[in-house]
Write a protein that binds this ligand. Structure first.
Ligand SMILES: [Zn+2]
Length: 441
């Protein structure tokens, strides 16, 4: 077992996003009250953060995109602040002592829009009818003030008020839904530690479609009415998938799993805490779509519960989610993982070999080669450890680090416990060097 917060990992800026987050304090709870008007795309928000200082703080920073700031309070007292370049720098009336618990309250209004990035807009996205949020990796400041680093996980309460015809789906469990005049307030509680990039809200005209009659964990689709039958058909095996992943990865880490099918085409589905967002183009069945259902579900263990300390380690999310696709195929009577691994290896052999998986650079962190090669590392581990030791290693990785924060070095140390043979050469070849190693038999 290891501590849930790694001081070493928490104590430095993210090398890929040095402007994101402030590593000198930790937030353990966010309470967000948002009023959103879809027509004018207008957001009025208040955020209350409960945090602990890790150093003496005369000032500290939150990440927040362009909004008009109303008030900023620290421990209930007005604080001075500046707001530019996506950073809200706050100077409390009194310096915070190391170890001090404190609260920050920020009131803000504006027209939320995605944060620009090399991968397109991130975060809050206005739809024809409603909005969705897909923040990975640094889009969270598009809609709430936060300490935007994956290692700083917190619990959340989200209260969203919007015109009554809309449905609001958010990370966590729905506590209350209250209608006053023509607006409805939806209050969600996410009690599991959650990184900022995995907090989400979807606003639209959705119908709930329950997926399993007596599931261990409730699984519900939120789907445009005309697509409910297609959804029920295409996601019919998801409960079976969740049961299988529960066997091989250990118990599902959250209280529920929601799937939103936004009424738009999306490039790729995106994971959030206890939730995934798909586009209308992801309905229609077939392996290429089924594997995405498996991939997003697997992220609930790998990425969402077991979270990377910083973005250099992203292969730990994507490699394990990729391998989960192959495991599901094998389990469901399709091609075995070895067949998928061989295909991935053939694909990579024909592509440039300039990717170092263990530190891929910001430019290549979402490159498809990272996903494929990440899956291959897990497959290489399976071959090196043998079936029993591999599946024990996999389950223990998810359970020992449940709701925690990890690095590649943690995985290497963890895997080494499951074999007498040295794994150093395997990890060096697959993670540290760019050339593609041979496919393990
Ligand atoms: Zn993924």
């Amino acid at each position: 077992m290891k501590p849930k917060h790694l001081p070493a990992a928490a104590g430095a800026p993210d090398p890929y996003f040095p402007n994101s987050g402030d590593h000198r304090y930790r937030v353990h709870r966010y309470e967000l009250a948002l009023d959103y008007r879809p027509g004018p795309n207008r957001l009025a928000g208040s955020a209350r953060l409960s945090a602990v200082a890790d150093a003496a703080l005369a000032e500290f920073a939150l990440d927040l995109a362009e909004f008009r700031i109303g008030r900023v309070l620290v421990d209930g007292r007005a604080a001075r602040y500046t707001h530019r370049g996506g950073k809200l720098r706050i100077r409390p009336a009194r310096e915070l002592a190391p170890g001090a618990a404190f609260t920050v309250e920020v009131h803000y209004t504006g027209n939320p829009r995605p944060v620009r990035s090399p991968w397109g807009g991130l975060g809050w996205e206005e739809l024809t009818e409603g909005a969705l949020v897909a923040s990975q990796p640094v889009g969270a400041p598009s809609w709430f003030p936060c300490n935007d680093r994956p290692a700083d996980k917190a619990t959340y309460q989200l209260a969203v008020t919007t015109p009554s015809p809309f449905t609001v789906v958010a990370s966590g469990r729905l506590l209350t839904r209250t209608t006053r005049a023509s607006s409805t307030t939806w209050v969600y509680e996410q009690s599991a530690p959650t990184p900022t990039y995995l907090v989400t809200v979807s606003i639209g005209h959705y119908r709930p479609v329950p997926l399993a009659v007596r599931p261990a964990v409730p699984q519900t689709g939120y789907v445009p009415e005309r697509l409910t039958a297609a959804f029920a058909r295409d996601f019919a095996r998801q409960p079976e998938m969740a049961a299988y992943f529960g066997e091989v990865f250990g118990p599902y880490p959250f209280g529920e799993y929601a799937v939103v099918v936004a009424d738009e085409e999306l490039d790729v589905p995106v994971e959030a805490q206890g939730l995934a967002t798909f586009g209308t183009n992801h309905l229609g069945g077939g392996w290429e779509r089924e594997r995405l259902i498996a991939h997003e579900l697997a992220h609930q263990w790998f990425g969402n519960s077991v979270t990377i300390a910083d973005w250099r380690h992203i292969w730990l999310n994507e490699g394990f989610a990729k391998y989960a696709e192959w495991l599901w195929s094998e389990h469901a009577g399709g091609p075995g993982a070895a067949v998928h691994a061989a295909a991935a290896h053939r694909l990579l052999a024909g592509l440039p070999q300039d990717l170092r998986l263990g530190d891929p650079t910001r430019k290549l962190m979402f490159d498809d080669r990272l996903y494929q090669r990440g899956g291959l590392v897990v497959h290489a581990l399976r071959r090196a450890l043998g079936e029993d030791a591999f599946f024990a290693m996999l389950r223990d990785w998810a359970s020992a680090n449940r709701h925690g924060v990890v690095t590649t070095a943690d995985l290497r140390a963890h895997a080494a416990r499951y074999t007498a043979a040295p794994l150093g050469p395997l990890f060096e070849a697959w993670l540290e060097r760019p050339e593609l190693p041979a496919l393990p038999d």
